[in-house]
Design a protein around this ligand. Structure first.
Ligand code: C2E
Ligand code: CA
Ligand code: CA
Ligand code: CA
Length: 281
């Protein structure tokens, strides 16, 4: 039995090493892709219920890998965090998304382009000294009003330590909004809502997925809208895929949603043509 255990350990170890190697390879490829300008940004509408008109856009990074096809951010963002690439990459994302917003403003007129722009910010970025200053620079460079930028952070990222929270407070002083992403997953504690200067809770799609009937998810989704209403926070339901989910959410009191039922994340050209068609709230 002892030998057997040893053998299993060896197999497990080899698998680990392969993963580590694959990660390192991907890490190097990410660096190369960044230098080669291969990343693009997609924008997913955040809509008003029940009419589905756009109130904002969430920025989502895309990596059209030249040989391996599409690689999702769930796979490469954690690696970019470990290698530190997320720091320059995050700067690029911020500048590009704000620049894009300024371009839509210029084309469609102030108040016609979507009001809010969500940008995901990772724990590593929040711990980087000078991050708040970088946000301020990107805002003034683009000319986009700070109250239109929504920094999306996960509970885990903020929970992670005091520095992240201090940075967040600095960003809020600029007039930028904060959304707690994937709310209800991760290291959540309702107490966090008293310390984190959030304006918005993004209710994780795992609660939305099972929302039909008298499910546990429906009970949780109901409790969350009561909390957000009571604390005067905005709730956005994530991952809405069906009309039935949208209807139920509206009945529960949700007024904002995001998901494939309304729109997939769109390339900028498609956002532009949808704006031309008048999708705005
Ligand atoms: P997230 O911030 O929770 O983003 C929402 C994810 O849900 C996106 O996946 C989006 O495409 C997907 N989604 C939207 N509607 C639906 C739906 O109706 N059903 C389902 N099943 N999924 C839906 P995506 O683009 O693959 O991004 C995954 C995660 O990668 C993001 O989760 C975020 O944590 C991270 N990420 C994406 N872009 C960035 C970025 O620019 N910076 C950083 N730091 N992280 C990013
Ligand atoms: Ca997000
Ligand atoms: Ca989310
Ligand atoms: Ca997520």
């Amino acid at each position: 039995a002892k030998d057997n255990g040893k053998a299993q350990f060896a197999v497990y170890d080899a698998a680990l090493e392969r993963t580590h190697e694959a990660d390192q390879k991907l890490g190097a490829e990410l660096r190369h892709a960044f230098d080669a300008g291969q990343f693009t940004l997609a924008y997913q509408p955040i809509v008003r219920l029940p009419d589905g008109l756009w109130t904002g856009l969430e920025t989502l990074i895309r990596w059209p890998h030249p040989e391996r096809g599409f690689i999702g951010p769930d796979l490469f963002i954690p690696i970019a965090e470990r290698t530190g690439l997320i720091v320059p990459l995050g700067t690029w994302i911020l500048h590009t998304a704000l620049g894009q917003m300024a371009a839509w403003d210029a084309e469609f007129g102030p108040g016609v382009a979507p009001r809010e722009l969500g940008v995901n910010v990772s724990a590593r970025q929040l711990r980087e000294p000078g991050f708040a200053g970088e946000v301020r620079e990107a805002l003034s460079f683009s000319g986009v009003s700070p109250d239109r930028l929504v920094v999306e952070v996960t509970e885990t990222a903020v929970f992670d330590g005091g520095v992240a929270l201090d940075t967040l407070l600095e960003i809020v002083k600029l007039g930028v909004k904060v959304a707690l992403d994937d709310f209800g997953t991760g290291h959540s504690s309702l107490g966090l809502l008293r310390t984190v200067p959030a304006n918005t809770l993004k209710v994780d799609k795992s609660f939305v997925a099972g929302i039909g009937g008298a499910s546990e998810e429906a009970v949780i989704a109901t409790a969350m809208i009561q909390i957000t209403d009571g604390l005067h926070l905005k709730a956005v339901a994530e991952g809405v895929e069906t009309e039935a989910q949208a209807d139920t959410l509206y009945q529960l009191g949700y007024r904002f949603a995001q998901g494939y039922h309304f729109s997939r994340p769109l390339p900028p050209a498609e956002v532009r043509s949808r704006l031309t068609d008048g999708e705005l709230a």
